[in-house]
Design a protein around this ligand. Structure first.
Ligand code: SF4
Length: 411
């Protein structure tokens, strides 16, 4: 399929909207009251610190809603205003945050359900309005909605579109796109739908396996088994790794994406020589600024003396999980929660340990004075962070409030 031509014709269709509907001002006020937090603003203004009784909160200096997410949520709200009576669907969660998705349900935006791993679009009728989420939708989904004559509101983040354009460039040069991501993640599913040939590698270890295969060959059956769900149909590692380009899920760990890019550059240089590198290897910078900033802020925060970390964000949010990984690597007790409701009374916390199912931790808040590091993923509203902080204060039951002077040393 000529995905570039399809996109061009979609973008010129009168049923396609990607710039909002002129209700920005009203929506901004609504979003402000539903998702912003005075407490968080106060902490920001106080150099990201707040002390109340025995608890000192240290917020990462970049956290929470990124502009791509804010834009997507605002467009979804605007869509409801602009089409007050039409049926509105969204192909997936608008962003990976339960409270935002719940709010959209209350506004009677329907979510396309998934039956046995497949989305059920049978509920969508001709002329319905369909919102594409911030992390995009596959080209096949867009095609199906176009055939149904739906009004499409595309909130795909421009950073994600940038990766799709990169994949188009790979295709033009007959390169296989090697995508650093999670093959099941909606963004990676969408990105791979634009590629002719692709291979998704989860981490440096998988990338090293592929690089080794490029240089030394290996067991083809083992390769295909290993990547059976993470490559294009008919993928042949003997033929399809001769020319490669690098792409990424925008929310992966930035340092790992860079390492993977460099690894493949070295590999192709070794195999084909520097003079022929450009024929065999393509790389463009497609790491999203917001992801990068949140990860950098987290690296700074974990340098401090923290008693524990609270990482707040959807459990299926890739960027939140990576923030959690950074704390764990530093050996800091770290808890990933998706809402303040996970913080129970009696010093009990329901949280999701990395790559495990939900677990309950008793006595998670140590006694005495504590310093709690807090960050949140790109799809988490400040309001949710505020609720979590207030719960911590409640648990420690300290009524007196003292703001720590920004310049005063904490440790
Ligand atoms: S994390 Fe980056 S790519 Fe994802 S929505 Fe936000 S700005 Fe866009």
């Amino acid at each position: 399929m000529d995905t570039k031509a399809f996109k061009r014709s979609l973008h010129s269709s009168e049923n396609y909207h990607r710039k909002g509907f002129g209700h920005q001002a009203e929506v901004a006020t609504q979003l402000q009251s539903e998702y912003n937090s005075n407490l968080i603003q106060e902490i920001r203004d106080n150099n990201y610190r707040l002390q109340r009784g025995e608890v000192t909160i240290r917020l990462a200096e970049s956290f929470g809603f990124c502009w791509g997410v804010e834009r997507a949520v605002a467009m979804a709200y605007e869509t409801r205003q602009h089409f007050p009576t039409e049926r509105i669907w969204i192909t997936n969660e608008i962003i990976h945050n339960p409270s935002v998705n719940q709010r959209l349900r209350e506004m009677e935006v329907g979510f396309i359900s998934v039956e046995q791993g497949k989305k059920d679009f049978s509920v969508v009728d001709t002329g319905d309005v369909v919102i594409l989420p911030a992390f995009g939708a596959s080209v096949q989904e867009m095609q199906l909605l176009t055939e149904k004559n739906c009004k499409i509101v595309d909130t795909t983040c421009p950073w994600v579109s940038k990766v799709w354009n990169t994949v188009e460039k790979h295709k033009k040069k007959d390169c296989t796109s090697i995508i650093h991501g999670k093959y099941k993640h909606e963004e990676t599913v969408a990105t791979s739908s634009f590629a002719n040939k692709y291979l998704v590698v989860l981490n440096l270890q998988e990338a090293q396996y592929v690089a080794n295969y490029i240089l030394n060959g290996g067991d083809k059956d083992e390769f295909l088994e290993k990547f059976s769900r993470a490559c294009s149909a008919g993928f042949d590692p003997e033929q399809d790794l001769e020319r490669i380009g690098i792409a990424n899920q925008t929310t992966m760990l930035k340092s790992e994406t860079e390492q993977i890019g460099k690894l493949f550059e070295r590999t192709m240089m070794k195999k084909y020589g520097p003079a022929r590198l450009n024929e065999h290897f393509q790389s463009f910078n497609t790491i999203c600024d917001a992801t990068q900033e949140r990860q950098d802020a987290m690296f700074e925060l974990v340098e401090e003396k923290l008693d524990l970390m609270l990482v707040i964000g959807g459990f299926n949010s890739s960027n939140t999980t990576h923030l959690q990984e950074i704390a764990i690597e530093r050996g800091i007790p770290s808890y990933h929660i998706d809402s303040a409701q996970r913080i129970g009374s009696g010093n009990r916390l329901e949280h999701k340990p990395l790559n495990e199912d939900l677990a309950v931790k008793e006595n998670w808040l140590p006694s005495g004075s504590i310093v709690v590091g807090i960050t949140s993923g790109a799809s988490t509203p400040d309001k949710v962070v505020e609720e979590a902080i207030e719960k911590i204060f409640e648990l420690k039951a300290t009524p007196a409030v003292t703001m720590v002077a920004a310049e005063s040393p904490l440790y």
